[in-house]
Write a protein that binds this ligand. Structure first.
Ligand SMILES: NC(=O)c1ccc[n+]([C@@H]2O[C@H](COP(=O)([O-])OP(=O)(O)OC[C@H]3O[C@@H](n4cnc5c(N)ncnc54)[C@H](O)[C@@H]3O)[C@@H](O)[C@H]2O)c1
Length: 277
């Protein structure tokens, strides 16, 4: 039989999650809330890049996250803020500190993906992906770290990169560049924040069952450039579908909790062994 502390390892803690309206971000909010944390959630809830082959999240998606977290019996503060908006993130964090008094866990999850060969995409397509996936994560770091240091409770920052942040893949080189950049932010920040007891790690999902993971425009890229398919193996474990987002949330919860207290500056794969193939 499990004890209360085992069921709610994050009791009394507060988690800030970006890209929280749907997909993996929503799943992380629910899982962290179930483990006892109150949640601060942001999402653009609007189109974030012109060239995307899958639909944007909507305000009603974020509202659904709110009701699911409340269904876990936890408090949630949710706002429509784009991660590219540094002032907006700093305002949300400041309001959250006023409401909850602390910030312990950060999941920098917001991201966008679209397809095209590096010399064929436009400057705008390149910039939109880098601005959200890389500068957006730096904006989150800039917004949360002073409040975490000030609170003096240590903490855990979890940056959501991608398998494409470790292994270069063709057809989305701009996305790869942004996700490799997240690794650099993660590891430099982990060294800078060690003295404050704040751990920083990155998670590297492969195909995950969300609107991004089901982007049909990827198939056109494979049809046009069939040799690219060799860079997308199914992974080592038996696979008949994309991974469920809550399997990535298992890893996020572990990194958020004291169960991973020795782990910082690490890249944790969520890839069924894909990166080794
Ligand atoms: N789905 C996959 O196969 C996969 C694989 C590897 C990594 N990832 C990464 O996982 C993370 C979550 O993606 P997902 O699969 O849940 O996709 P998703 O599209 O379902 O959800 C992403 C969420 O982030 C939000 N978002 C995007 N840009 C934003 C911005 N500029 N400001 C605020 N919010 C923004 C979206 O509105 C959306 O709600 C992303 O960082 C993604 O790159 C996904």
């Amino acid at each position: 039989m499990s004890t209360m502390a085992e069921d709610t390892p994050l009791a009394g803690k507060v988690a800030y999650v970006t890209g929280a309206a749907r997909g993996q971000g929503r799943s992380h909010c629910i899982r962290l809330a179930r483990a006892g944390a109150d949640i601060v959630a942001i999402d653009a809830c609007a189109p974030v890049a012109e060239h995307n082959g899958y639909p944007p999240a909507l305000p009603e998606d974020l509202a659904e996250t709110v009701s699911l977290v409340e269904g876990e019996g936890r408090k949630i503060r949710a706002e429509e803020v784009d991660v590219r908006d540094l002032d907006g993130q700093q305002r949300v964090v400041s309001d959250a500190i006023e409401q909850f008094g602390r910030l312990d866990i950060v999941v920098a999850n917001a991201g966008v993906l679209n397809w095209g060969r590096l010399w064929e995409i436009s400057a705008q397509q390149f910039q939109e992906v880098v601005d959200t996936n890389l500068t957006g994560v730096w904006n989150t770091i800039k917004a949360v770290v002073p409040a975490m240091i000030e609170a003096g409770n240590g903490g855990s920052i979890i940056n959501i990169s991608s398998a494409a942040g470790i292994k270069a893949v063709p057809g989305c080189g701009h996305y790869c560049a942004s996700k490799f950049g997240v690794v650099a932010l993660t590891n430099s920040l982990a060294v800078e924040l060690g003295e404050f007891g704040i751990r920083v790690n990155s998670v590297h999902p492969y195909g995950t069952d969300t609107p991004m993971g089901n982007d049909a425009s990827m198939w056109q890229m494979f049809a046009d450039h069939q040799n690219f398919i060799h860079s997308f193996s199914p992974g080592a474990l038996p696979t008949d579908s994309l991974a469920a987002p809550d399997l990535v949330s298992d890893i996020v919860l572990w990194l958020a909790s004291d169960a991973s207290s020795l782990v910082t500056a690490a890249q944790i794969p969520a890839d069924k062994g894909y990166l080794k193939i």
